[in-house]
Write a protein that binds this ligand. Sequence first.
Ligand SMILES: [Zn+2]
Length: 65
Amino acid sequence: MSFYNKKPPSEHVYEDTIVWQCSACTCWSRLEFVSQAEPKCPICSSQMHKELKNIRVIDEDEQKY
Ligand SMILES: [Zn+2]
């Protein structure tokens, strides 16, 4: 029946994403939200480096409801 075609509700979706990670504190920002080539941390102004982080992403199907 059609009930079984429904995807199970996925409240938390995690994905490996490249982010800018601050070298001095825990602050980080998604790569797509940073336009600078070498951004500085908005909190402590330290150098940031690219890092692969497993972060929570929003399920696109979820947004429709
Ligand atoms: Zn920082």
